[in-house]
Structures are given as C-alpha cells and as structure tokens.
Design a protein around this ligand. Structure first.
Ligand SMILES: Nc1nc2c(c(=O)[nH]1)N[C@H]1C(S)=C(S)[C@@H](COP(=O)(O)O)O[C@H]1N2
Ligand SMILES: [Mo]
Length: 156
C-alpha cells in the first residue's frame, strides 16, 4: 500500500468537533484477543506526563501548550500483549478518524512520549476534549495524529 492510499495517514481532514458517543472506553485488540479498557483501567500503569504539546492545525489555528498525561502506548503493549511479534498499531476513533503507529517509532528515542491521554494540565481530560486521546508529540502536521475519542487500538 502506498502511503498516500492509507486512510490512516490522511493528508488533510476537517476535524469533527463533537464526541461520537458518551463512553470513553475502547477496545485493545491483538491476535484473537480483545480487552475493553476504560480511563480508570489506564491509571494502573505509570502516568507519563508530556509537556509543551500543541495541537497544530493549519486550518483552525494552534492551541496549547498543554501538559498531557496518560499511559505510554508501548507500556500498554508490553504489559498486555506479551510475546507477540508486532509491527504496527492502528488507533481509530468512534467517528472513524485514525492513525497508524509503527513499532520502530515507538521504540525510537521519544517514542515513550506517545501516549493515550486521560488528563490535560493535570486535570481529567473531558470527553469533549477527546478522552481517551492519542498524543503524538512530534506531529505538527494539521493535528492529523492527535486522535480524539479513541475507540479501538489494534496491534498487528
Ligand atoms: N476523533 C477525531 N480526532 C481528531 C479529528 C477528528 O475529526 N476526529 N480531527 C483531527 C484534526 S484534523 C484536528 S485539527 C484536531 C482538532 O483538535 P481539537 O478539537 O482539540 O482542537 O483533532 C484531530 N483529531
Ligand atoms: Mo487538523
């Protein structure tokens, strides 16, 4: 698949302002398994706080800086998935927006700052603001990887 054909690597997108549902839980899927996780479940793993995050949207302006807090995706995978060989993670929202993360970028320096966030500026992240929200600090391309309202995380 060419990168330009990948629906999980969009090149422009008009953001959806409203949550697709009220529930902030999501499915973690790998192999033939799936596990329902809520923000409360995520709090049992170490809290990673990432400072100076901006939501950089060329069309709608830049917001931030924010201090996002949550669980590192890599921690979640290491703890839940164990020995499975995986190369990528698809993070998709209830409104069908998403991105693809590669094992390589998660294991690279700074990859431990890619988090599923449930707090912002040390306060609970609201559903409206994206709970649970993927934060990819290195991304500044129209916020195309800052996925709000994560509904499925699929490890492949
Ligand atoms: N679930 C979901 N997440 C999304 C989007 C979306 O439409 N749906 N749009 C993206 C885009 S293009 C932008 S600019 C930002 C907007 O984030 P904000 O509402 O926090 O400013 O969300 C990103 N994450
Ligand atoms: Mo955007």
């Amino acid at each position: 698949m060419k990168e330009t054909d990948d629906p999980l690597q969009p090149h422009s997108h008009e953001p959806n302002p409203a949550p697709p549902s009220a529930t902030p839980g999501f499915w973690l899927q790998w192999d033939t398994n799936k596990q329902w996780l809520t923000p409360t479940d995520l709090k049992k793993w170490p809290l990673v706080r990432v400072p100076n995050c901006y939501i950089v949207s060329t069309g709608h302006g830049r917001s931030g800086p924010f201090l996002f807090g949550g669980v590192a995706i890599l921690t979640l995978i290491d703890e839940m998935v164990g020995e499975m060989a995986w190369t990528q993670v698809e993070v998709v929202s209830g409104d069908g927006f998403g991105t693809r993360l590669w094992a390589e970028e998660l294991r690279r320096e700074g990859g431990d700052q890619i988090i599923l966030s449930y707090e912002r500026d040390k306060r609970p992240l609201t559903r409206e603001a994206g709970l649970v929200r993927l934060i990819v600090p290195s991304e500044a391309d129209d916020a195309l990887r800052q996925v709000k309202w994560v509904a499925t995380v699929t490890i492949k």
